[in-house]
Ligand binder design. Structure first.
Ligand code: UTP
Length: 466
């Protein structure tokens, strides 16, 4: 039976972490081997340094280095040229779609990966299905099998694979189009003492290392080589919890290509100064994001000389990345900072039982993908609207909940139908009075719907176009 390697025991003792070996004698051979590998992979010096930062707020740049993001102004001719370039790139199959789905979805409180949550207002289709069907429909429209990459984590990998591959046969996509990647975990530390937390003997309490973990995952899976081989130049990055994401925005893509950008981001005017969205600003002229939680109150309310909010531009987390840019920054993700969060993490107490803490007890560490934005030499932004692109599923009730997401999907379907000349039933207050859903396989946008809709379509209490 394996014993604890001396070197490992010495390192753990040096860092005051030898308590993790409690219960070692009860582990079987394979558990021991796994645990040793897990402990060996830890950078205990780095964890110690990170723990020392636990009371510090994330550093934000001095205000004098900032400039408000300019409102993009473009002519109709420019936009038409962007659409032409975007379409050309789609026809050439130069785009891959990457959805990040490794989060734990704690706020939603669903027992499965968030991507499995049913949101289709009539069909009950899951988030995964809606995204996959959009990729399938674009693959059909442009005659190219666009790669569809799904970033999972140890929290979501197994169920996601079972759901997408086995239960749903890749939702009609060619299995060669779909790659499930798995990001790494980071251990949680006791907030006060910095000690590693265990969830069971021989098992550290871990959590996914943030959507910034995308970079190491792409590199670790040699995905850059695969995408280069498939002649992909641009990665369309988005979040699993936002079913409205418009994957076929040709202006967004064309502008990115025309300006030879390394990064492009879709932004939204914030609803109010303290809205919980990342804020896009210029720092020393580079495109950057300041998290809402880091934005001081007096900054949030600041105005520009023309009376607009200084921090007006909210991050939708919809980005385009030039493949070679991501490849370059993924070589050395060490430069990308860790963000620290105080969270509740259940852990094995001295009595050998897993306890649910009454208050936030632990430090968790995450890297954020948007920390690569300032590294881009050339970038573009595109303003969008919530109705077109953004209604994320975050909470069980209230804002950003299943209810608001379904309503947004219904609203989008109603808009497209009305644009196609169909009368949508509305109540006395003008609210949509039917449950509406348009499958991505039926129409991806209002133009496609107009071309397909039968004249004289009448809508009853519910309508599902599939
Ligand atoms: P969020 O942090 O907003 O949501 O992630 P969450 O992690 O799903 O849920 P909470 O915060 O625990 O309630 C935004 C997006 O980033 C992905 C999520 O899956 C979601 O699509 N993400 C987040 C990852 O892929 N990996 C991570 O480590 C964290």
């Amino acid at each position: 039976m394996q014993t604890i390697p001396d070197e490992l025991r010495r390192r753990l003792c040096q860092h005051g972490q030898e308590h993790v070996l409690t219960g070692w004698e009860r582990l079987d051979a394979s558990q021991r081997a796994q645990f040793v590998a897990q402990l060996d992979s830890l950078d205990l010096d780095e964890l110690q340094r990170l723990h020392a930062r636990r009371h510090a707020k994330d550093a934000i740049p001095e205000f004098r280095r900032l400039a408000s993001l300019p409102q993009p102004v473009e002519s109709a001719a420019q936009l038409a040229e962007y659409r032409r370039l975007g379409e050309k790139a789609m026809r050439a199959g130069e785009v891959a779609f990457l959805v990040v789905a490794g989060g734990q979805g704690t706020r939603l409180g669903f027992d499965h990966p968030k991507g499995m949550f049913p949101v289709g207002p009539v069909s009950g289709k899951s988030l995964y299905q809606l995204h996959a069907e959009k990729v399938l429909a674009f693959s059909r429209r442009y005659g190219k099998p666009f790669p569809f990459l799904v970033l999972t984590s140890s929290a979501t990998r197994a169920e996601t694979e079972e759901f997408i591959a086995n239960e749903h046969d890749y939702f009609g996509l060619d299995p060669n189009q779909v790659d499930l990647l798995c990001q790494r975990d980071m251990p949680a530390l006791d907030f006060d003492s910095g000690k590693l937390l265990l969830e069971a003997p021989g098992k550290l309490a871990l959590s996914p290392n943030g959507h910034g973990g995308t970079l190491a995952a792409l590199r670790g899976y040699r995905e850059f080589d695969v995408l280069e081989w498939k002649l992909v130049r641009t990665i369309f990055y988005f979040q699993v919890d936002n079913p409205l994401t418009d994957l076929g925005d040709l202006e967004f893509l064309g502008r990115h290509l025309a300006q030879r950008a390394e990064v492009s981001t879709k932004i939204l005017p914030k609803k109010h100064p303290k809205e919980k969205m990342g804020n896009l600003v210029l720092v020393d002229g580079n495109c950057s994001i300041i998290e809402y939680s880091d934005l001081p109150d007096d900054w949030a309310n600041r105005q520009t000389t023309d009376g607009n909010l200084f921090f007006w531009a909210g991050n939708t987390a919809i980005h385009l990345f030039h493949l070679q840019f991501l490849q370059r920054v993924a070589i050395d993700p060490v430069g990308i900072p860790w963000h620290l969060a105080k969270k509740k993490v259940p852990y094995l107490g001295p009595d050998g039982k897993l306890g649910e803490p009454a208050r936030e007890n632990a430090l968790k560490f995450e890297r954020f993908i948007f920390d690569v934005l300032p590294l881009a030499e050339r970038w573009t932004v595109a303003a969008t609207t919530r109705a077109r692109d953004f209604e994320p599923l975050k909470n069980a009730t209230g804002d950003d909940s299943p209810d608001t997401v379904r309503r947004a999907l219904i609203h989008q379907a109603a808009t497209w139908l009305e644009q196609a000349g169909v009368t949508v039933p509305r109540d006395a207050q003008g609210q949509i009075a039917s449950v509406l859903e348009i499958s991505p396989l039926f129409a991806l946008d209002s133009q496609e719907l107009q071309a397909k809709i039968k004249p004289g379509l009448r809508i009853g209490p519910s309508l599902y176009l599939a």
